[in-house]
Design a protein around this ligand. Sequence first.
Ligand SMILES: Nc1ncnc2c1ncn2[C@@H]1O[C@H](COP(=O)(O)OP(=O)(O)OP(=O)(O)O)[C@@H](O)[C@H]1O
Length: 310
Amino acid sequence: MNAVTVEDLEKHYRIRSGRGGDRVVHAVDGVSFEVPEGRTLSIIGESGCGKSTIARMLVRLADPTGGRILVQGRDGVDRRAIQLVSQNPWSALNRRKSIRHALEQPLAVHGLHPGRAARAARVRELLELVGLTEEYLDRRPGGVSGGELQRVTVARALAVEPRVLVLDEPTASLDVSVKALLVNLLLDLKRRLGLSYVLITHEIDIARHLADDVAVMYLGRFVETGPAEQVFDDPRHPYTRALLAAVPGLDRRSGTPLTGEVPSAVSPPPGCRFHTRCPLAVDACSAAEPPLRREEDGRLVACLRADELH
Ligand SMILES: Nc1ncnc2c1ncn2[C@@H]1O[C@H](COP(=O)(O)OP(=O)(O)OP(=O)(O)O)[C@@H](O)[C@H]1O
């Protein structure tokens, strides 16, 4: 069974504007994917492409304007099955409350491990899972380092025994040395608890360490998806190539790094949304949007010229 199945997901934000009527932001525009049990799908792309909007819809902090989301085969809201770990642990936790409180609260809300002794035992177990000791229990977020605090938010997400974690830029606020520790913890937890992850990141290194599968997102759409080694070692879409060209230590193929800005999601370019920045664009690219097509190795690529690039 898939941990997550997403079909034709859409999020359009309507913004009121004084003159000339409302404008519509095409944040997510028809995205489909599956995360098989025990795997990690990493969604990568520049800022503003819609990654966080997908994360928010997966955990029902935002309602889709179209499409559907199944978690463990089930439609509808199941707040225990899928949990979010967000970028900034300081804003995720209440500064005035202890770490004990942060870990007990979800147990109380869901009526799990009732009774003081059982609840305290579960809180200790959660701390151990993320490699922290009981001495943290009475501290407040302000008295704990960023890396440790992110471990607390992971422990809190795990309190309700989810099957899926949505990791939205989990390492973005951490120092380089601490990032690797969190990545190792996430890999370890996935193995031990049989979790599945949806990882949202613009840090390609982090995606390379954690991802089994990768989806490359540009202006609300997926442009390339496939197993991580295929996409990272031999990117096919010109956008993927450009994105990876900026990363040291990766095979750069013929990609040239990106220039310019992501166009407005209010009026995405016609045809292929990347054509305005694509070094390989031809006239046909602005005429019609290329569908995601399956390549001979199984991955999906949305580019008219993908065959030539191979
Ligand atoms: N509440 C909102 N109302 C209107 N537009 C929004 C809202 N939230 C996001 N957007 C717009 O939707 C688009 C996608 O944003 P989103 O935050 O999902 O992108 P992202 O790839 O996660 O970027 P980042 O890494 O900067 O968070 C952007 O154009 C953004 O301005």
